[in-house]
Design a protein around this ligand. Sequence first.
Ligand SMILES: [Cu+2]
Length: 330
Amino acid sequence: MTLPGLIGSVRRSRRQVLGWAGGTVGAAIAATWWATRQSSPSPQVPPPITAPLPPGVGYDPYALVRDFDYGRLIHEQGRPIREFEVTARSVPLQLNQAITYVSWNLNGRVPGPTLRARAGERLRIRFHNADGHSHSLHFHGRHSAAMDGVEPIRHGDTMVYEFDAEPFGLHPYHCHIAPVTRHISKGLYGLLIIGPPQSRPPADELVLVMGGYDLQDRGQNDLYAFNGIPNIYRDRPIQIYQNQRIRLYLLNMIEWDAAVSFHIHANLFQVFPTGRTLQPSQETDVITLGPAERHILEFTYPLPGQYMFHPHQDHLAEKGCMGIFEVLPT
Ligand SMILES: [Cu+2]
């Protein structure tokens, strides 16, 4: 059976598969990885929604929720190295019917790519700055001062950030050039997921990154969003299956607000703080996140229907940070 044949039931993106399968060695590792996946039940993932893109958005913001960038796996002196390409640009985004906003973003999208690696690998991130302003990529996690990403990379320059993927868990990354508030709120942020040495149980995996837009440069947000576009998942609900374990990678990158909360309707979730544990620390239906705080949340909906998710500061929800899970019967 071909590799694409193996993965058909999981419906992962071609780019994702090719990322795992970079090179001959990479292909072997990918095949092993997929074989491991096949030994346990595959998660049920609804087919992608095909709908017209929102005007003025050059990518499908709906697809970001399940879009993972596995980069390209190579080996140097026996060491697995995962290489990523990240480019900063200015791109206008249509935030709603009335507002077009010039975002500063990574790989043409807000949030930037959800980079994915595994503990024990080495990461090599080639950062190209094609934007008119100086930017950088500062990663959370452990690395040397030289790789901390606080030095400006000027227009047209490239910086290679290289460090070990550790520890496993969720690590935000973002531009760290002053004023950082502005560089982040204009869209220069994303999530790096470092998987534990042993895989987590199969699940339909989703990414939600919370962001805010300070449209008038007055130190407060006028709009909020999950994954860049306000209300995108309110207007096109995220489809999931009944009785399917959902693993949600949640990150708060909202500037200006001291903390925000996240709540799901008609259910509770288990919390894996910072993605640093293999066992949940608590079960609840609302959790508070300070700036750059992030968690893995796991839950299963037993009954079909539509269920809201949003911050429980309802003014944030009313300004765009609102979404719906549409639970499909199995
Ligand atoms: Cu910047």
